[in-house]
Design a protein around this ligand. Structure first.
Ligand SMILES: CC(C)(COP(=O)(O)OP(=O)(O)OC[C@H]1O[C@@H](n2cnc3c(N)ncnc32)[C@H](O)[C@@H]1OP(=O)(O)O)[C@@H](O)C(=O)NCCC(=O)NCCS
Length: 172
């Protein structure tokens, strides 16, 4: 099968159980302790900017986006991104990331950040955030804190601790 054999749709609530299953399969129970998860539990994700790859009624892959803030900056946090093992390495992940970046630009996000492998995300337009600029509410390997800049200067505006925008607003 090829990546083009799947239908790419905006995420709907009905996809939630299968997305949970895919993320459980990809990241295991340890996912709840990840710094990015700590941010995401601060409020809902942006469903309109999140996408699934469908094979019939089966969710083959999923990418979610969440509005976050840090310092004077606002951005979208990309993740989790996961593809079912049987459909890995045929381009679904790349395609979901491209869709998420396009949606982010349309939603006027200045940048998209994530915690992930640079060898995978580098060619998709992500670079390391300069060390010391940004941290997360939990331990994170700073070599894996990556950003894709949409608007010049938007990444530099992200300083301090990245958090879900709802929780940051509630605390302000
Ligand atoms: C990472 C993941 C989302 C990639 O999705 P995918 O649809 O399989 O990937 P694509 O088909 O778009 O890209 C495949 C290419 O990326 C490479 N790749 C996959 N994971 C990689 C990684 N962690 N680091 C570097 N390269 C990676 C593959 O080797 C392949 O390279 P090739 O095109 O030269 O053969 C998928 O493997 C997955 O669900 N992994 C488990 C969860 C995870 O680690 N998510 C990312 C962190 S948020």
């Amino acid at each position: 099968m090829k990546a083009t054999d799947f239908a790419y749709l905006q995420e709907q609530a009905a996809h939630d159980p299968q997305i949970d299953e895919i993320n459980e399969e990809a990241f295991g129970p340890g996912r709840y302790t990840r710094a990015a998860y700590r941010i995401r539990e601060g409020g809902p994700h942006a469903r309109a900017l999140s996408f699934v790859a469908m094979h019939g009624e089966t969710v083959a892959g999923s990418v979610r986006m969440t509005w976050v803030v840090a310092g004077k900056g606002r951005a979208l946090l990309l993740g989790p991104l996961a593809v079912r093992p049987e459909w890995k390495n045929i381009g679904i992940g790349r395609r979901l990331v491209a869709m998420a970046l396009e949606a982010a630009a349309k939603a006027d996000a200045g940048s998209v950040v994530l915690v992930g492998d640079e060898p995978y995300y580098g060619p998709l337009g992500f670079q390391r955030v300069p060390r010391g600029q940004l941290s997360m509410p939990g331990p994170v390997d700073l070599n894996r804190l990556l950003a894709h800049e949409i608007e010049a200067g938007a990444v530099a505006a992200l300083t301090g601790i990245l958090d879900h925008e709802n929780r940051a607003r509630a605390a302000a």
